[in-house]
Design a protein around this ligand. Structure first.
Ligand code: C2E
Ligand code: CA
Ligand code: CA
Length: 768
């Protein structure tokens, strides 16, 4: 994972966690706050109503008290008193009595007008218009009465007057007394403050934490205060405050209440605080995760950094190693130059000797053999002299290259002298192989050298010696191989020779045959035989296979199975092939007059290595013989397909387009694969003779032949069965739908003349 996405995802996680938590807290706070505000609002409303009801109580109280005083002023005793006074009645006569009545009346009001058993009025006075007191009742202490202040009072109204005295504010109700339409005096009633206070307090309770004052023009009357006693109340300012006027009086009721939040909302505030406190570890946890993550990130980055550094280091190390390697290489190069030939790159004479000694040591230890081969270029001096040293150098380089391409990795080639090479082959399994190798080397030089458009040939003379039989020291072996080589030179060059003749007779024969074959070609001893290919159903000859025959003067009849492989190795196959093709085409063209048969010519895969050459060869054979291409059948073995190349496919396609027929020979013996058959453009398939040998007894072989035929049919190929030796073969193969047959049952391969006689007859069946 990329570090940025890591960082992003962890950061996003933490941030979204924090945001969610924050939103959660805000929601809780908002809800709590709204709840609190609502609560406060309702408290406010409730308190407002409460204060209003107090005010109403007081309004009523004053309404009732003024009523009392009104009634008193218009009452009988006071009116009678003023009537008597107006009539000039003396105190002794009747005025005194009426005054006592007034006194009694006033006292009665004080004594009867009570609230909760407390007198509403503390003191009631009847004052004359000029201010002299007529009657005074109660315990109050109103002494001086300034009646002038009351003159403005409307006759019917009552003045609620307040005065500030030494013991506080006093409330007085002042009512003008009317007699005969005139104000004759005033009733002044002092209201008992305690009654007012009590009327309020009775409804209030201690826990309400409130304060109430009744304000007048002369000051406030303190009603109660439970706030000041309460621990939480400091100043009144933070409390809920109401100021309600008392209707029809000059008073106002002021009240303070401790807010609800302080007490009742208390819990929710703590709840919020608690929640917030709880959020702290959660946020802390998130931050911790975040930092841990960041630490991880830092760690990871550090690990990455150190990995990068390690990478850098390893790159540096690599460079160092490369540097060391280079030095080693240059040292090795120096050592190499000292031990190798500059021109060919091969080991030089000295190093070649060392190598030989080393191999001999190994062979002594492991009880194996070592073959040493001296290869000397024939007439090299002549080339050097006529074509120049550069060409000579080129020949040496190319010769060494050709040999190197041929030999196994375990073998070593060194340049021993001017035109002398030493090939050391350790651990040779089969003594025959020595001859094969030598023959192959000779074959390498059948190919021409080309310099400046000049083509020339160089042959070689090869001498061989074998450890331990031909010598145990390097010196002995080299000397013996040299002797063998010189013998070849003596015998006419371009050949090989073993130091002694104690070797296997087969090797000798092969060696001899190699030489004999060259002479046979030169002397035109080789001949072609023809074996008919017949239609299994009609028994008519449809073609003939050309098979090579060699009768040697010394060795007698040599089967093609023996000399063809030799020719393939020494390169003579090209000459043999060319001969076979030309002869066969010539004969077939001639035979067309007798019968339109097809001629099958065998091609070695070695021939096919040179596609262009093969094509030119075939074209010219057809042209010079006049045989039409569709009368030529080219037989190729599976081994060609095995190391197939695009060049082979192209060539086969060209041949088919030319009209020639292509047959896969010896099918089933090698690496046949269905894919080959699909890939290559064959027309015909030849079942190998090996399948027919035990066919009668071997059910497995029969099954195999059945399968091959079924497959060939599926691929639209014609089928030829090879090696039909008896009637049973003939019948069986005919029975399983095989098209053609070839074998001793019909005819052995015959010389051209004899084959021609066979052709004259209608069909093969006529023979039987
Ligand atoms: P091949 O191409 O499979 O040729 C068929 C071989 O089977 C021939 O052997 C033929 O004589 C033999 N034959 C035919 N009918 C019978 C039979 O009924 N019984 C037995 N036992 N053998 C039968 P041959 O002529 O000895 O040739 C051997 C091989 O040599 C050929 O096998 C072919 O691969 C090769 N060869 C022959 N002539 C040439 C040639 O001109 N060029 C090349 N490149 N190879 C050739
Ligand atoms: Ca053949
Ligand atoms: Ca064959």
């Amino acid at each position: 994972m990329n570090k940025w996405t890591q960082k992003l995802s962890s950061r996003r996680l933490v941030i979204s966690g924090a945001v969610l938590l924050g939103m959660y807290l805000i929601l809780i706070l908002a809800v709590t706050n709204v709840g609190q505000t609502r609560l406060k609002e309702s408290q406010q409303r409730e308190l407002g109503l409460k204060v209003q009801s107090y005010a109403n109580v007081l309004e009523l109280f004053f309404a009732v008290t003024t009523d009392h005083i009104n009634n008193l002023s218009t009452g009988k005793s006071i009116q009678t008193f003023y009537a008597n006074l107006a009539s000039g009645m003396s105190m002794e006569y009747g005025l005194g009595a009426s005054l006592s009545k007034v006194d009694r009346e006033l006292l009665q009001v004080i004594e009867t007008r009570k609230v909760h058993n407390k007198p509403v009025f503390e003191r009631i006075l009847l004052v004359n218009y000029n201010g002299s007191i007529i009657s005074e009742m109660g315990n109050g202490h109103i002494t001086n009465v300034n009646t002038a202040a009351y003159n403005d009072i409307q006759d019917t109204n009552i003045l609620i007057d307040t005065t500030s005295e030494s013991d506080g504010v006093h409330i007085k109700l002042v009512k003008p007394v009317q007699y005969s339409g005139k104000t004759v005096g005033y009733i002044i009633a002092q209201v008992n403050k305690n009654v007012i206070i009590e009327q309020m307090t009775i409804q209030e309770y201690e826990e309400s934490y409130s304060r109430m004052d009744l304000t007048t023009e002369s000051g406030s009357i303190f009603i109660w205060d439970t706030i000041s006693n309460h621990k939480n109340s400091g100043d009144l300012g933070r409390n809920i405050y109401f100021e309600v006027p008392i209707e029809n009086t000059p008073f106002k009721l002021k009240s303070w209440f401790e807010p609800l939040a302080e007490k009742d909302v208390f819990t929710s505030r703590w709840f919020t605080i608690g929640l917030s406190l709880l959020a702290i570890p959660v946020i802390g946890g998130l931050l911790y995760i975040f930092t841990i993550n960041n630490i991880n990130l830092v760690l990871r980055t550090k690990v990455q950094q150190s990995q990068r550094q390690q990478k850098m280091l390893s790159i540096k190390n690599k460079r160092l190693i490369e540097e060391v390697e280079k030095r080693k290489q240059s040292e090795q190069q120096l050592a190499y130059q000292a031990s190798h030939d500059a021109l060919t790159g091969l080991a030089n004479r000295k190093f070649g000797n060392d190598l030989l000694e080393r191999e001999l040591d190994n062979a002594a230890k492991n009880k194996t053999n070592v073959l040493i081969i001296f290869i000397d270029l024939d007439n090299f001096k002549q080339i050097n002299d006529t074509l120049g040293h550069l060409v000579g150098d080129m020949v040496l380089v190319e010769s060494s290259q050709r040999i190197l391409d041929l030999i196994a990795p375990s073998a070593t080639l060194s340049r021993f002298g001017g035109d002398e090479f030493l090939l050391i082959i350790p651990g040779l399994k089969d003594a025959n192989d020595g001859g094969k190798i030598a023959s192959n080397i000779l074959a390498l030089f059948q190919q021409s050298f080309v310099s400046k458009n000049q083509e020339f040939f160089i042959s070689t003379s090869i001498g061989m010696a074998m450890y331990p039989q031909d010598g145990v020291t390097a010196q002995q072996l080299l000397a013996n191989a040299d002797t063998a080589m010189y013998k070849v030179k003596e015998e006419g060059r371009n050949a090989f020779n073993f130091y002694n003749s104690d070797m296997n007779i087969d090797v000798q024969r092969a060696l001899k045959l190699d030489s004999r074959l060259r002479q046979a070609i030169a002397n035109e001893v080789l001949e072609l035989y023809y074996q008919p290919i017949v239609n299994l159903k009609t028994k008519k000859i449809i073609g003939a296979e050309a098979l090579m025959r060699w009768e040697d003067d010394v060795y007698g009849f040599i089967p093609p199975d023996e000399f063809i492989p030799i020719a393939e190795k020494n390169g003579l196959i090209h000459q043999l092939g060319e001969f076979a093709l030309n002869s066969a085409c010539y004969q077939a063209a001639k035979w067309q007059e007798i019968m339109p048969l097809q001629i099958s010519v065998n091609f070695s895969s070695v021939q096919f290595r040179y596609y262009d050459r093969v094509l030119v060869l075939i074209e010219s054979a057809l042209q010079s013989s006049g045989l039409s291409a569709d009368k030529l059948d080219i037989e190729i073995t599976e081994s060609l397909l095995f190391d197939h190349s695009d060049g082979v496919i192209t060539l086969l396609n060209k041949l088919q387009n030319m009209g020639a027929q292509l047959t896969i020979d010896d099918f089933g013996t090698g690496y046949s694969a269905l894919s080959y058959l699909q890939k290559f453009p064959f027309d015909r398939l030849k079942i190998d003779r090996a399948f027919l040998i035990n066919m009668r007894e071997d059910e497995g072989n029969r099954e195999l032949v059945n399968a091959i035929i079924a497959m060939a049919k599926a691929l639209n190929l014609e089928i030829v069965a090879e090696g039909i030796e008896d009637r049973w073969h003939d019948e069986y193969l005919k029975g399983i739908d095989c098209d053609f047959g070839q074998g001793y049952y019909y005819s052995r391969p015959l010389p051209a003349k004899e084959f021609e006689q066979l052709l004259q007859k209608e069909s093969i069946s006529a023979w039987f």
